[in-house]
Write a protein that binds this ligand. Sequence first.
Ligand code: MF3
Ligand code: CO
Length: 291
Amino acid sequence: MHKKMGRNDLCWCKSGLKYKNCHEAFDIKLSEYKSRGSIVPPRKIIKNKEQIIGLRESGKINTALLDFISDKLYIGMTTNEIDVLIHEKTLALGGIPAPLNYEGYTKSVCTSINDQVCHGIPSDDVILEDGDIINIDVSTIHNGYFSDSSRMFCIGNTSPEKKRLVDVTKECIEVGLSQVTPWGFLGDMGQAIHEHALANGYTVVQDIGGHGIGLKFHEEPWVSFVSKKGTEMLLVPGMVFTIEPMLNMGTDDVFIDEEDDWTVYTADGMPSAQWEVMVLVTEDGYEILAY
Ligand code: MF3
Ligand code: CO
């Protein structure tokens, strides 16, 4: 619980404003939602102006890294080469690759091909082949601020079936973003994405989700892409989280590689696609921080 703030005290968000001129009305509104049974965000995940500026900078680097890698891919390239390029470019742009040494992860980026759903580990043994689809998931730390986004790339002549999976997954990002609005719910976004995927004949991975992000790589809330309208956490200005649905051509069942303990695969070996955007909830909608 929080100590009750005096109306003339400085606001808890460190804006330097008096509480009555800053988050007082916000807190009252939040407690009303809470008393009606909504899940409301804890103060610690609500970003202030200074933090938002820091996250914007970090996100710019992350987006630049994906732009940078987009014309470097070729048939015959190893995913380890992608890792080296991302690692070096991240440092050149003044950042630190967030995946490196994160919970024992040994590379600077995740590279997930075809039936790999996410968290594929770059390797000298994995070679991009004609027709592959690959997710490149980049995360950056800059001045202590974390950013995270990912894109799909089609290598050479990719089948229309795989291309459509990649395109519909990207559409899901747009559909999800359209639901991000203050005083809406995270579940509005989850349901919209799920419906768009199902309408196109795909399944959505249930066991892995998005996440809050900011001063840590993974913060509250956990973000589902199969949730229901009006459920999950209330969205308020200053929240930052990722939208990163994983769509499968076949079953939504997945498993984690027993050997490396990271790579997630589809249970039936069918292709999977993922795009990821990092988004800030604003006073009147949202702002994309990394994509
Ligand atoms: N961007 C990925 C995620 O948020 C990073 C996973 S942790 C890593 O799920 F160590 F694999 F990078
Ligand atoms: Co992420």
